[in-house]
Design a binder for this molecule. Structure first.
Ligand code: QAP
Ligand code: CO
Length: 173
């Protein structure tokens, strides 16, 4: 098990499009385990492989109160199940400290492979539906800040760039 480093906006590696997993082998299983450990340690409710600089289509998620309901989605495919849009404050481990409202369909169907390489389908709503859409966006190189106005996105970018500079020169902090 290992806690992985999480890339932060505006790191250009977050713009990489992840490749489909061809075979759910031991390396993919280990990646999913390490991603769950990294998500729980943060703590977070969802993490995409892109965020830990692994450009494979793997997502982990746990929106349960007790953080005891780990879900792993390999090669997830999403179908919206409603025209109804939900408005939810989203955050992101790659955009630490910032939360903004994003509008998305609030019911989706997701089909994916599990860690045993078996196909499964789930119908998700509300937080889980929003979270899986947010995570699949990561696999396509998209971030929740892309849904915000350029002004808001730029303000977040500048603040995180400044925080990263301070992290590189701790003597000046
Ligand atoms: C995506 O995000 C999500 O800023 C998962 O300082 C979040 O787990 C989808 C986190 C909300 C829908 C709604 C963020 C932790 C965790 C932070 C996360 C932070 C510490 C974010
Ligand atoms: Co995110």
């Amino acid at each position: 098990m290992a806690i992985l480093n999480i890339l932060e906006f505006p790191d250009s590696r977050l713009r990489t499009k992840a490749q489909p997993v061809e075979k759910v082998d031991d390396a993919i299983k280990q990646l999913a385990k390490d991603m769950l450990e990294t998500m729980y340690a943060a703590p977070g409710i969802g993490l995409a492989a892109t965020q830990v600089n692994e450009h494979k289509r793997v997502v982990v998620m746990d929106t349960s109160e007790e953080q005891n309901d780990p879900l792993v989605f390999i090669n997830p495919e999403i179908t919206p199940m409603t025209d109804e849009q939900g408005h939810l404050q989203e955050g992101c481990l790659s955009v630490p400290g910032f939360y903004e409202e994003v509008v998305r369909p609030n019911r989706v169907k997701v089909t994916a492979l599990n860690v045993d390489g078996e196909s499964f389908t789930l119908e998700l709503e509300d937080l889980q539906a929003v979270c899986i859409q947010h995570e699949v966006d990561h696999l396509n190189g998209k971030l929740f800040v892309d849904y915000l106005s350029p002004l808001k996105r730029n303000r977040i970018k500048k603040r995180l760039e400044k925080a990263h500079r301070l992290q590189q020169h701790p003597v000046s902090a």
